[in-house]
Design a protein around this ligand. Structure first.
Ligand code: NAP
Length: 309
């Protein structure tokens, strides 16, 4: 067998870069596959105000670039490729990407999570024609226009607040009468003159065609049953994420929501395969907790490798 790496890392978000930095500094010659989402969730966010060490805040993409530089500085080899198959049934473990198979004595999975969709009529057809899940990518297209943000968590509040820079009015659509978001984020939304909240409301349909673009959304009030059409040109989804674990089904144990199950040393159900970040965390899902469990995965892998040798 050609080169067998000590550690292969899957994923290029907070957890992946941190795991790679620790593994590289421990001389484990990590090979990191970025997948399609270089920078993970933070690459699609704006200001990060709660990452320790940045009292003035830092832009998400900049934080990710810095983490990447740090991982590369200690010798992480990076492949900008999506992993298409894994085989954890024997050691060394096999990871396939770009038609080639790579082998690692240990693997650290940091594949994060992907934005959820509602699954209502019109949503898929109008994706990229007014319907999106990325305010930072697409916000500037909606200068002076009326838009909606769907969701009631921190992401929805952050996106709604960010989008007021461009949009003339932002309506947040939330299915309950209380926001899930943290108090500080919710307060910003509720006090913002450009943001209105449509409480107890769900989207039934996205209106328009790819030719016209989005022309509105059909809303239903779940308390009264009343249905109305809201004319808007932008629809931003922020209803949470699902863990990116499809690749591991049948090989690693997942919980009932699809998250990887790890022990208190970040080990999955297969010894030698570790996981960190949102792919195994349905509770905290913060940049700093992802970095923390990414770090723990690398330290645990290092210890496991030294004991396995
Ligand atoms: P989240 O906290 O899971 O919130 C998802 C929101 O979408 C909830 O309000 C939920 O409604 C709503 N929702 C889910 N499925 C829906 C559906 N099918 N139809 C309508 N509404 C639906 O997800 P998130 O906001 O992406 O945040 C994820 C994690 O990242 C959290 O831990 C959050 O604190 C963190 N985060 C932190 C920051 C920050 O601190 N700067 C920024 C962004 C995210 P219900 O409330 O009714 O369940």
């Amino acid at each position: 067998m050609a080169d067998v790496r000590e550690v292969i890392v899957l994923g290029a978000g907070c957890a992946g870069w941190t795991a790679a930095t620790y593994a590289a500094r421990a001389d484990l010659r990590p090979l990191l596959f970025t997948g399609n989402e270089l920078g993970g969730q933070l690459a699609m966010t704006t200001e990060v105000e709660n990452y320790p060490g940045f009292p003035e805040g830092i832009l998400g993409p900049e934080l990710m670039e810095r983490m990447e530089q740090q991982a590369r500085r200690f010798g992480t080899e990076v492949k900008i490729e999506r992993v298409t198959a894994v085989d954890f049934s024997q050691r060394p473990f096999a990871v396939t990407a770009g038609g080639e198979t790579y082998h690692g004595k240990a693997v650290i999975i940091c594949t994060g999570s992907t934005p959820r969709r509602l699954g209502v009529p019109g949503e898929s057809e109008l994706w990229g024609h007014g319907v999106t899940a990325c305010a930072t990518c697409d916000g500037a297209f909606y200068r002076g226009q009326e838009i909606v943000v769907v969701g009631g968590g921190d992401s929805a509040c952050e996106e709604a607040t960010f989008l007021t820079k461009f949009a003339s009015k932002v309506t947040m659509i939330h299915r309950r009468d209380e926001l899930r978001a943290s108090k500080i984020m919710a307060k910003r939304v509720l006090e913002h003159p450009k943001i209105e909240v449509a409480w107890n409301s769900v989207v039934e349909e996205c209106l328009g065609t790819p030719a016209t673009g989005l022309t509105g959304v059909r809303l239903k009030n779940v308390k009264t049953g009343e249905v109305c059409d809201l004319p808007v040109t932008g629809f931003f989804l922020a209803i949470g994420h699902d863990p990116t674990t499809k690749l591991f089904e049948g090989q690693l144990e997942l919980d009932d929501k699809g998250y990887l199950i790890t022990d208190d040393h970040q080990m999955t159900s297969v010894p030698g395969v570790f996981a960190g970040g949102d792919v195994q965390d349905h509770t905290w899902q913060q940049a700093i907790t992802a970095a923390g469990t990414g770090c723990a995965s690398a330290l645990a892998a290092e210890r496991w490798l030294s004991e396995a040798d």
